[in-house]
Design a protein around this ligand. Structure first.
Ligand code: ATP
Ligand code: MG
Length: 276
């Protein structure tokens, strides 16, 4: 049973249909090559995710972003795919090898990313973080709220000059703290690129790589990821001559939330090192 069928029983078979078409040797553009607007439009409409797909807005490493519509209202459609050139892949079986001996089913990998982004957006939205509200997800396609006016998408923070940078900096860290403390995620790629500026406030986007901070978390990794995000945000504010100590912001985050069983992780990792 695919993830689609497990988590979304009413919308079965989307990924199974793709796997089947692959086994039969037919081409499957959504997953494997540069996406064609027509194919994405057909899938999005067939899957009931959009009533129209207007145009492509951007093409990132693993996904392309489209402006779509749901009954006349603009929405964002994100289509995950893997570049053909960067992966050794057996088309006949739909598996790729990534360095080691393990092979992965390419379709479940991209579906997993779309599913992760949908779930993480949902948790963050419910916790009160300013993120685009997720709408739907089938196979490798994900829809979410359009951040922008009419058909004009919001600018990335790095492209704009804000009037009250101190307030904006605080809004970003307040939102990020809510994401970390209440939804328990480290973003992992936060910067002026993945923050949009809309209606006079920042909006956090692009969360599929976020790291869940629960009982089994690697707190060293959490520290490193948080610190990198904090530094990247502070970098944008240097143009306004605002400088803050990243380490003390990190301490606030860790103080606000560290999983109960990992509260003494610093001492424990030191003791562990001494035993070696
Ligand atoms: N909900 C949204 N509303 C408006 N614009 C959006 C939305 N989501 C994404 N965008 C636009 O599309 C761009 C790319 O989106 P996102 O960062 O999610 O995709 P990505 O493929 O992961 O990109 P990259 O690999 O470049 O980080 C954003 O920088 C933003 O300009
Ligand atoms: Mg991005």
């Amino acid at each position: 049973m695919s993830h689609v069928e497990k988590h979304n029983p009413l919308k079965s078979s989307a990924i199974t249909r793709k796997t089947d078409s692959l086994r039969e040797g037919r081409r499957c553009k959504v997953a494997f090559s540069e996406l064609r607007l027509d194919d994405v439009r057909k899938d999005a409409i067939n899957f009931g995710l959009a009533t129209e797909v207007l145009y492509q807005m951007s093409a990132g490493k693993e996904a392309s972003i489209y402006i779509a519509e749901w009954r006349g209202f603009p929405i964002i459609l994100k289509a995950y795919r893997l570049w053909q050139s960067s992966h050794r892949m057996s088309k006949s079986k739909g598996h790729i090898t990534t360095g080691g001996k393990r092979s992965h089913n390419i379709l479940s990998m991209i579906e997993e990313l779309a599913m992760m982004e949908h779930d993480i957006l949902n948790h963050c939205f419910r916790a009160g973080v300013h993120v685009p509200t997720p709408i739907g997800r089938v196979a490798n396609l994900l829809t979410m709220r359009f951040i922008g006016d009419e058909l004009e998408p919001a600018s990335q923070l790095r492209e704009v000059t804000v009037e009250d940078p101190e307030r904006v900096l605080n809004q970003i860290f307040d939102d990020y703290l809510t994401m970390y403390r209440d939804a328990h995620y480290v973003h992992g790629d936060l910067s002026g690129y993945n923050i949009l500026w809309w209606r006079d406030r920042p909006w956090i986007i692009d969360v599929p790589q976020a790291y869940k901070v629960g009982a089994w978390a690697d707190m060293k990794k959490v520290e490193l990821m948080l610190l990198r995000d904090i530094k990247n945000v502070l970098l944008y504010f240097e143009q306004y001559e605002i400088y803050r100590e990243p380490e003390s912001i990190l301490d606030v985050f860790l103080d606000e939330y560290t999983p109960e069983n990992l509260r003494h992780y610093k001492e424990l990792s030191q003791e562990g090192a001494e035993l070696l």
